[in-house]
Design a protein. Structure first.
Lengths: 135, 145
């Protein structure tokens, strides 16, 4: 794999629906009401049910692991959750767009990747980065 | 600060749980689903997606976060930051012990900010992954900055 500073990872678009949130709640064990109960979400001041931050983090990781092939090449992965992704009760779902770029080559054949994740043009993750072992 | 909680009983990572989690995030990577594909990469069984570590750590960090001595209001908590540091990926068949430590707790602008680290290791003591979680409890700090 020929990688230089500035190498772009193939961007991906992820759709998240209420169905996805219910399924993620079950698989992860995170049944926080704000992720599936619209009545409760609005009662605590949210615009709608919001996606689990960890769901968004999981999707963003796919841009890195799909690029690497072997997910075990991921050494570090960190994000800040800066803005929630509201998920309306409709068939369209909400769109999360994720791109990544190599920003640093490190010793030992490793690299730092910065990720950008947006929903409706606004960043939903801040300071999202990964350290990977290059193939 | 620096408080460490007793290790949990081992969480045994099931192959079908790994597949269920990978399906829930919509990830068809063969390493997560197909034993032969994972073995071709040198693993003993299917590999868990990177963020699956949080599922195991969740119980450990909840234990710390629910500590009444910390006095946090969990009806107003949001997940602020998350970090993973891997020695290797989690694979099906792992039996992992979680040890939670309170790294920091501080009040900023009326919010309580709690940083919890959970180390996941095998029962033999091999480090697998460390998760660091920052949660923000809004408007709960007694001393507003």
């Amino acid at each position: 794999m020929s990688v230089v500073v500035g190498t772009a990872l193939p961007p991906q678009t992820f759709r998240v629906s209420r169905f996805d949130l219910v399924r993620y709640a079950g698989a992860s064990g995170d049944f926080n009401l704000i992720h599936w109960n619209e009545r409760f979400a609005r009662s605590v001041g949210l615009p709608d049910v919001i996606a689990h931050g960890m769901f968004t983090m999981a999707e963003a990781a796919r841009v890195v692991t799909d690029w690497l092939g072997d997910p075990g090449r991921l050494e570090e992965y960190a994000v800040r959750f800066t803005r929630p992704v509201p998920v309306a009760d409709d068939d369209a779902g909400s769109i999360i767009e994720v791109s990544g770029e190599v920003t640093e080559l490190l010793e030992g054949g490793r690299a730092k990747v910065m990720l950008t994740a947006t929903h409706e043009g606004q960043k939903v993750l801040g300071n999202a980065w990964a350290i990977v072992r290059l193939p | 600060m620096g408080r460490t909680y007793p290790p949990t009983g081992a969480y045994v990572v099931g192959r079908e749980k790994v597949r269920e989690f990978a399906t829930a995030i919509g990830d068809a990577n063969p390493a997560y689903h197909d034993v032969a594909a994972a073995q071709a990469l040198g693993y003993s069984d299917v590999v868990a997606p990177p963020t699956f570590a949080f599922v195991i750590a969740y119980a450990g960090s909840s234990q710390a976060a629910m500590d009444p001595e910390l006095g946090l209001d969990y009806s107003r908590v949001v997940h602020g930051e998350q970090r993973f540091s891997y020695s290797r990926p989690i694979v099906a068949g792992d039996a992992l012990v979680a040890t939670a430590t309170i790294e920091a707790i501080r009040a900023v602008a009326g919010n309580d900010i709690l940083t919890t680290r959970v180390d996941l290791a095998t029962e033999a003591g091999e480090h697998v992954v460390t998760t660091t979680t920052v949660i923000v409890a809004r408007g709960t700090a007694e001393e507003s900055a």
